[in-house]
Design a protein around this ligand. Sequence first.
Ligand SMILES: Cc1ncc(COP(=O)(O)O)c(C=O)c1O
Length: 396
Amino acid sequence: MNDRSEFLANAGTDTQLCHLGHDPASFHGFVNPPVVKASTVLFPDVATMESHGQKYIYGTRGTPTTDALCQAMDALEGSAGTILVPSGLAAITVPFLSVLSAGDHALVVDSVYAPCRYFCDTMMSRLGVEFEYYDPEIGEGIERLIRPNTRLVHTEAPGSNTFEMQDIRLIAEIAHRHGCVVTMDNTWATPLYFRPLDFGVDISIHAATKYPSGHADILMGTVSANQAHWPKLKDANWALGMCGAPEDSYQILRGLRSMGLRLAHHEKSALTVAKWLESRPDVSRVLHPGLPSFPGHDLWKRDFKGASGVFSMVFGGHDPQMAKARAKAFLDALELFGLGYSWGGYESLAVLVNLSDRKIRKAPADGQVIRLQIGLENVEDLMADLERGFAAAAAI
Ligand SMILES: Cc1ncc(COP(=O)(O)O)c(C=O)c1O
């Protein structure tokens, strides 16, 4: 380790985010790395070409720009290596393809990001892998589901849309006892608020589309592995021809510089709104791990360093049709909150949540779930907008 990397390794998170991934002295003092776009890389002679005896050999296998982002992610995740892929969804599918073979059984948390389930139930099932979905709060009960051919345990905490917490350390420990690989979708917390590899996870998955991008304009996924799983992951990445574009990598690295400050704002505003919603008689429940009333709160408090800006509320009453009508009126009345799916940007969003694909953690019976992403706007303005939604719903 040189002086700079040693200093950075012991620095605070915001300091690290400002300096990770690129050393200005390595490129004429420019503060940011160059955007190196490439397919072809030239070799000085046949011997170097045959032995792949130089750092860069082909555009799909990395450029100085993509490397800068990979290095930053390795420092944040504590990983041996990181691959870049074109979306957060690809950050799930590539490690699954790297680990699973025909005849294998895999356990996937039931509160998983829905397109992951689609991938498992369609393409992966066609390739001969059997998937079983488990209760996010299963804890040590996961052991009963592990079979001799179980190869992968996929986790996501908090869960998509309903935010159930998982005891990641416990699940990883049990899964490892049976020789399974443990993956985790850590998009909600980012490595600033939770470092999966420190809790025994082998492969940490991140939709960099969300908070690292921060501006709702870039799609990218990162997958970071520990030493044992890095060679296989890297090999799968090459075999599949998946790579991150240099322009997008540059933008994600740029986003990382301010991610700590943005997350702190998202966290504070989201908790303010969540507490306010919880106090309202027209809201049945608020699904936010940072609220003491939430069933997974103790796990969140024990393991996580913070909360990001996405959570849900259950709203509209016990009659499902009426609850949906009220929820639609609520959403259509919002002016500041946009109706959109991909969160993590600077702007607030709201969506009607569809939980019809759940096998175990079914949709709540006490109302319709609405997911909110609390952006960087002034929180009073956001609450005034939500108040507009509540008034419209009450008029139904
Ligand atoms: C938890 C989670 N993981 C992965 C993804 C996929 O990210 P992308 O939109 O980049 O494919 C999303 C997207 O919403 C997500 O919410």
